[in-house]
Structure formats: structure tokens, C-alpha cells
Design a protein around this ligand. Sequence first.
Ligand code: SF4
Length: 363
Amino acid sequence: MTYTREFRNPDVAKHLLERIADTVRDHAGSMTFMEVCGTHTMAIYQHGIRSLLPEKIRLISGPGCPVCVTPVDYVDHAVALARRPGTVIATFGDMVRVPGSTSSLVNEQAAGADVRIVYSPLDAVALAAKHPDRSVVFLGVGFETTAPTIAGSVIEAQRRGLDNYFVLCAHKTIPGPMAILADDPGLQVDGYLCPAHVSAIIGAEAYEPLARDHKVPSVVTGFEPLDMLQGVEMLARQVVAGEAKVEIQYSRVVKAGGNPKAREVLYRVFEPCDARWRGIGVIPGSGLGLRPEYAAFDAATRLPVEVEEPREHQGCACGEILKGKVTPRQCPLFRTACTPENPVGACMVSSEGTCAAEYKYGT
Ligand code: SF4
């Protein structure tokens, strides 16, 4: 507790805010910083960080929530698998409530499908071992943070000789959309608050191309209020100095080279593939699919099902929210047709979604 309190010290926060104000005071124009981590989004809302910053600094949320960026056709695929006789869907909690084109996993569960919430992919492997007569499909959703543990589950299932454990892959890697949004003239991102957990795996070096090729500063930032204020200050300093480099604010956890062991496990099982992002579309090489030697664990090919034609929900602005182009309150459905109890879009479902954060903490 004491350790956490140190990163929430109001006197230090005040000092940092003064330093930020001093840094930008004589800078002509404003600066827009994007966070690409759902936990950052929640922390920004929870601690009211936007309202504390000088007017010149605008924070916008990007595609940092893994559930939110998963497109509707993936949810439809999971729903189709849930309807398949003898199939168990195992997933982290948020995915069950994400609306697909015409149904969701929670609806299918109510209709009798076997949909289970697990806390680790290894729980899904244990389910497969317990029910050898059933096909257990784990929903492989997430960034580089979760992909190594899912890779580990595939290795474990292979070690145990299980032929009824599968993964429906929708893993994504984060630098791809950051590069695309950096070049979007409608956004003008002046700096990235880079995700902490993902960076612990891929390392700060992964953002070097953003600085070098796209001239956008990046700071890998922790989740506590003081971390975030310091990250903003570091970005502001770079902008004022006309620099674009990669810095690590969260040095107590993140190293330049990341975690090579986790990456070894990840890339032993997965390989880069093209991936569809909600709101952004297909980004070449931004996904992770099973390597040919692990094809036996691929739910998409091993368990063929009819998947309905994908249909986005009328009026839902999740796609634009994930690109930082609109805020939740600009969506006409926010707090009316769309609430956490009755979510219309993924951004209202996920515990890391921007709409959910605005609903919970926004003023
Ligand atoms: S408020 Fe609901 S419908 Fe609107 S963008 Fe957010 S999740 Fe989508």
C-alpha cells in the first residue's frame, strides 16, 4: 500500500503539474498525446488527469483495449462455435458481453451454450483434460501481454497430448496501428504514452520506428498518477525541443529490450499475420496466428462453422473512438441506448473501454 501511495503523492503531483505548465508556457500551439493502453485510459479518467493539465495539452485515447479492437466478425465466429454441439467456449470475462452482429456469448449461454469464464488459458487446458469428449475453444484475444501465456497453454496442451484444446486467434501487436495513426492527418498525434505491460514484453526499442520514420515522440509510462504526469511532462519536453525519441518513464519495470524469454515462447507458437482491427481495418503483419507446427490447435480451421455476415450496430461510434477521432459523449447512443448494463458497442463493455471509463468516471 505504501508503495502505491508514493506514486499518488499530491505534493509531488502538484510539483509535476507546475513543471508541465512551465514547459509548455512559451510553446506556440497545442499538443495532442495519445495513450494506447486501456489501463492508461482508465487511470486518466479515474484520476481526472485531463482536467489537471494545461489547456495546451490534449489527451486522447487510442486502440489500447484488446476487447474493443476485436472486430464484430470475430465475435460472430465465437458465437457460431458456441452453437456447435459438444463445444465449450472458455474466455476472459469481458468478451462474453461484447455484442456480435445478432447475438453475444452471454445470449448463447442463456440459450444453453457452454460458455465459461476462466482466469488463465491454463484453466481452459484443464477443462479440455477434464472433458476429453468435448472441444474446448479458448478465445485468444489480447496484445503482446497475454499472447505469451496463451502460447504457453498451447505448449502445455501439446505436452499433455490433448487433441481437444483449440485457440480462436485474434491476438494483435500494438506498434502497427500506432504507425498508422501517427500518419493520419486528421489526428496529428504529437506523442504517444506507450503501454506499460505490452512494453515490458516487446521493450521500448519496438517504438524506435515511430520516432525515426514517423517523427513522433514516445514515452513508455506507468499507470499511477505520478507516472502519467511524468510521462506527459517527458513528451511535452520533447515536443518543445523539437525532438522525437523513445524514452522510458516506467523504468522500474520496462527495459529497452523487453522480455526476450516471453517473446521466445510467444514466437515459438505464433507468427505474424495480417489482422483486422475494429475501426481501423486490416493492418498487415499486426496479428499473431498459430505457426504451421501448431495448426492442430487452430479453432478456425479445425472446427469449421457457418459464420453470419458481419453487421456493425447502427450509430455506434466505437471505430472512431478507437482512432481517437471522437469522444464517448459525441456518440449519440452514449448513456441513452448504450450503458454498461445494455452495451451497444465493445467500448462500453470492456473494463478498459473508453466509453466505460467515461461512463464510470466522466463528469
Ligand atoms: S457509447 Fe456505446 S454505442 Fe457509442 S461508441 Fe461507445 S460503445 Fe459504441
